[in-house]
Design a protein around this ligand. Structure first.
Ligand code: NAD
Length: 275
């Protein structure tokens, strides 16, 4: 019996060493990340996940008080963190954001360009302000951040850029109307493919995640609460995503395990786009 027990312990301990070998590939110790729109929702959850994986994390948001709150949450967990105020629709502010990260942490390995907004209106009534602001934040903002981050990463020969697109890049949401949003997110997916193939042989991969409906503030307007039941019925998993459902995909894209992956649109939608 004793022999069998020792043998069993050996097998368990070998398996555990093997498992740790793979899990170690997710570790981000010594790396620096910046996450935009990290003051709440999906971005906040990604900031926590990257910090827990070992990265120093800059929490960037238009609402500075939100960024400060999240940075404090990370610091309370022993994660080095910095709050930055940024309006990603302004190119200069995106460049300043990267400079602030470099001044504070000396390097930048991971950029998660996640800030986004949505307006709902019939397409014929969508105002110029709704259209230009959506494009300014969701499309221009992602490009300005990619550019500013990549300028540093290309010099160093390493970088992982992850943009937040949406399943709305692929499907047309209904009954709520959001022509500017859908168009901007389709742009993010194609921008990701373009940049992801242009920079990858110099060490910088660019990928995007496309969430389905996620239970965040973005989806808690009166109009969207009214259509929630329809969303649930149309989602094979019969639920909205929790922000935590998305971090596995991001950790894969920041890890060594995704070294041969670039230009990917990683759809995480509970099966929505399959139906
Ligand atoms: P959210 O509204 O909860 O949080 C967005 C954050 O971005 C806020 O803290 C806001 O202050 C910040 N922000 C807005 N404009 C900004 C700007 N110009 N510069 C910097 N920060 C700005 O939204 P969320 O649901 O967490 O969404 C995050 C991203 O995920 C967005 O790009 C969104 O389009 C995308 N997404 C969300 C869903 C969903 O169902 N919630 C689905 C697919 C994709």
């Amino acid at each position: 019996v004793k022999d069998k027990l020792t043998k069993a312990q050996e097998i368990v301990s070998t398996a555990s060493v093997r498992a740790k070998g793979v899990l170690n590939k997710f570790a981000l110790d010594g790396q620096v990340a910046v996450v935009t729109g990290a003051g709440q929702g999906i971005g906040r959850s990604i900031a926590h996940a990257l910090g827990e994986a070992g990265a120093k994390v800059a929490v960037a948001d238009l609402e500075f008080n939100r960024a400060e709150t999240v940075a404090a949450e990370l610091q309370a967990k022993g994660i080095q963190s910095l709050a930055i105020k940024v309006d990603v629709s302004k190119k200069q502010e995106c460049e300043d954001m990267v400079q602030k990260v470099l001044s504070a942490f000396g390097d930048l390995h991971i950029g998660v360009n996640n800030a986004g907004i949505v307006f709902h209106s019939d397409s014929e009534d969508t105002s110029e302000q709704e259209w230009t602001r959506t494009m300014g934040v969701n499309l221009n903002g992602v490009f300005y951040c990619c550019q500013a981050e990549a300028k540093h990463m290309l010099k160093k020969g390493y970088g992982r850029i992850i943009n937040t697109a949406s399943m709305s890049a692929t499907i047309v949401n209904h009954p709520q109307r959001q022509v500017a949003y859908n168009t901007s997110k389709a742009g993010v997916v194609h921008m990701t493919k373009t940049l992801g193939t242009e920079w990858c042989d110099r060490g910088v991969t660019v990928n995007c995640i496309s969430p389905g409906y996620v239970d965040t503030e973005l989806n808690r307007s009166e109009l969207l609460l009214q259509v929630r039941t329809q969303w649930l019925n149309e989602t094979p998993m019969k639920r909205l995503a929790d922000v935590e459902d998305l971090v596995g995909g991001v950790l894969y894209l920041t890890s060594k395990l995704s070294n041969f992956t670039t230009g990917l649109d990683l759809i995480m939608d509970g099966g929505f786009t399959c139906w």
